[in-house]
Design a protein around this ligand. Structure first.
Ligand code: SF4
Length: 688
């Protein structure tokens, strides 16, 4: 009947499962999701989505959703009213601030939440509390890539659009499981390879789907990417294949950089990386011959003690070959979460205000001080890695985390849990009762993306609006509403009635967002930053100049950090990454029936060689032990992995949680955990 039809509604939203930023319409009837329907006008994906975007939404209506605030009582929790919970939060925050000072308080936002919410979290930390101790989970993935780009080309974002990758002559993928982690983007590469003769090189430990399709697949030893990248750059220069004109007119530091490449001969690279010289020459030749090259990279590069340096080496290679500022060329660090780019853009970082305006930049600080009526600290605060150490040293007393499963996704989680136990006061705001929430004093029920409005910024710097599909479930509230209520109980007097008003403030304070308004983002419309005040955006960066005072890029010399040693008994190299079907620790996707029936658990990929040596078969239960903890998991024997390298997907929250094994070693420039430098010993527990 007509009445029934009126209950059916169609709402545009943006997917939250990866940084590609697919947008689509969701058809619903009351709280039932009828279908997800991509539209041609969706800028990142058109009519495509992957399995997560299409079927991953059952969690929104899960019975396990938090619907009421919880307050700890001894070892358990009781339900509380919002008023009681928020009063307690305000009281404790005030006490800790007055007793120990604002620098003993930490704030962590989520790169799954909206830009507006991450903006408010850092505003709460800086304006209301008075600390730069604020961070987000791009610290766990892509901060090193951002550093590599800042050093060399100046903007911490992808050089062009996802669509543009399809027009590259050559795509080089380094340390990214693209077809599982960024499925719709990988489809663009697959299509270009098939239809336009685009060439593909993959460098990875593991022979994943893209490696199978590649024209050339190279398997460097774990953590050695900087060496072969530098060696092929040197070879290109030595052969006279560098883009001399580009270097002369648009790049600084050329002689110093060339000098720094001296040690990176092909012979040295072959020895350090295990890649034969002939393959290195082939990579260099393919890059030199291609009309343009895009480099895509992810956590296989960044999650190492030299993650920022390797990201820098990638950008150096692109500069030497003139692969910036033209279509189908440039650096594409692939952001993991839907809003990794945005959370960082919003200044939820200990050293940056919004739009990467440094806290040490006095002029930038003055602007915020005038807008907010407070004095801001010029010293960077703690990042989330520092925060854990500071808690262990009683230098951090309280933590407010929203939408971040830090108790599973940080490295060395036994160490992290011990820190949580030490806190005087711990607030966790999430949609589920997570592993992290188990340590909280107060748990606040938030809303997922389907229950709020706001914007996300995807991996190609594209800002897109999401619209509210459902009313908040139970008593849950959107994160921005909760943060505002906390701020106001601390006397802030904020008065935002809609996220668009928060965006107005962001635009006023942030040059790269200055022309962003909700009107310009209506429906499927979007903008790629930097956005000028008149609303002109910039899909392709660096066409005329690089954002440095003299408009020139900078080659940045780097040296290799040899991966961390674990001791001889830890002879198994434990690589980790994603599964197509699941999102991170799986808090969301295991709750989707369609997904969890297909992929109910993770498994350890073991090479045929190792299987033969140890007598492992499909289904064998093994224990991996590192100096930091152990996991139990069943094996699958596959030639995707080689020798003593095993692959453990990160999508588990129980006995096989990867971060029971990982260490506290981190990238020396950013403190991003060296997740990929993990070694363990392996014992067989049971044959199946
Ligand atoms: Fe969502 Fe990424 Fe899949 Fe697109 S590719 S539907 S953004 S998970």
């Amino acid at each position: 009947s007509a009445m029934r039809d009126e209950r059916i509604k169609k709402t545009k939203t943006v997917c939250t499962f990866c940084g590609v930023g697919c947008s689509f319409d969701v058809w619903t009837k009351d709280r039932k999701i009828l279908k997800v329907e991509p539209q041609v006008e969706a800028p990142a994906n058109g009519i495509s989505t992957c399995v997560k975007g299409k079927f991953g939404w059952d969690f929104v209506n899960s019975e396990e959703r938090l619907t009421k605030p919880l307050i700890r009582e001894g070892d358990s929790f009781r339900e509380a009213s919002w008023d009681e919970a928020l009063t307690l939060v305000a009281k404790k925050f005030t006490e800790i601030k007055n007793t120990y000072g604002p620098e003993t308080m930490g704030f962590i936002t989520s790169s799954k939440c909206t830009n507006e919410e991450s903006f408010l979290m850092q505003k709460l930390a800086r304006q209301v509390i008075g600390t730069n101790n604020v961070d987000n989970c791009s610290r766990y993935c892509q901060t090193p890539a951002t550093v590599g780009l800042f050093r060399t080309v100046g903007y911490g974002g992808d050089a062009g659009s996802i669509k543009d990758i399809g027009s590259a002559g050559l795509v080089l993928i380094v340390g990214s499981n693209t077809s599982e982690a960024h499925p719709v983007l990988a489809t663009r590469v697959k299509r270009a390879q098939k239809l336009k003769g685009q060439k593909l090189i993959v460098a990875d430990l593991r022979k994943d789907e893209m490696a199978e399709r590649a024209d050339l697949f190279i398997r460097p030893k774990a953590g050695s990417d900087l060496v072969w990248l530098s060696a092929i750059t040197k070879y290109i220069i030595d052969m006279g294949w560098a883009d001399e004109e580009f270097l002369a007119s648009r790049v600084n530091n050329v002689p110093e950089y060339i000098e720094s490449l001296k040690p990176f001969t092909l012979g040295y690279a072959e020895e350090a990386t295990g890649i034969p010289k002939e393959s290195l020459i082939e990579v260099a030749t393919m890059i030199a011959e291609a009309k343009s090259t895009c480099v895509l990279w992810a956590m296989g590069v960044t999650q190492h003690i030299g993650g920022s340096d390797t990201s820098t080496a990638i950008s150096n290679l692109l500069l030497v070959t003139g692969n910036y500022g033209k279509p189908g060329a440039g650096a594409y660090p692939l952001r993991g979460h839907n809003n990794v780019q945005g959370a960082s853009d919003m200044g939820s970082a200990p050293n940056y205000l919004t739009g990467y305006q440094h806290v040490e930049d006095e002029e930038a600080r003055r602007k915020f001080e005038r807008a907010w009526g407070v004095n801001l600290k010029p010293e960077p605060g703690y990042n989330n890695h520092d925060m854990i150490e500071a808690i262990h040293h009683k230098q951090l007393r309280s933590l407010y985390i929203k939408g971040e499963e830090m108790g599973l996704v940080d490295s060395n989680i036994n160490h992290v849990h011990a820190a949580f136990e030490e806190l005087d006061f711990f607030v966790v705001q999430d949609i589920f009762f997570t592993r992290t929430a188990q340590f909280a004093d107060v748990v606040l029920p938030a809303c997922p993306s389907f229950e709020k409005e706001g914007t996300f910024t995807n991996t190609e710097r594209r800002i897109q609006r999401l619209y509210q599909v459902f009313e908040p479930l139970g008593e849950s509230k959107p994160d921005w509403v909760i943060i505002q209520e906390i701020a106001n109980r601390l006397g802030a007097g904020w008065n935002y009635s809609h996220p668009s008003e928060i965006m107005e403030e962001i635009a006023n304070l942030t040059p790269i967002y200055s022309g962003v308004t909700y009107e310009r983002l209506e429906g499927f419309k979007s903008l790629q930053w930097p956005v000028a005040p008149d609303g002109t955006d910039m899909p392709l960066l660096y066409k005329e100049k690089f954002p440095f005072p003299d408009g020139k890029a900078r080659l940045h010399p780097v040296t290799w950090s040899v991966p961390t040693e674990f001791g001889e008994e830890y002879d198994i190299q434990v690589n980790n990454g994603r599964l197509l079907e699941h999102f991170h620790e799986g808090n969301l996707t295991y709750k989707s029936k369609g997904i969890s029936s297909k992929t109910p658990s993770v498994f350890l990929e073991v090479s045929p060689e190792l299987a033969k040596e140890r007598g492992i078969m499909d289904g064998t239960l093994v224990r991996l032990t590192s100096p930091y903890g152990n996991v139990k998991v069943r094996c699958v024997v596959t030639d995707r992995v080689k020798g003593k390298e095993v692959y453990l997907p990160m999508n588990d929250s129980g006995d096989a949680a990867i971060n029971l094994l990982t260490s506290s070693y981190a990238d020396k420039d950013t403190d991003t955990p060296a997740y990929k430098e993990t070694k363990a010993k392996l014992e067989i527990l049971q044959y199946e």
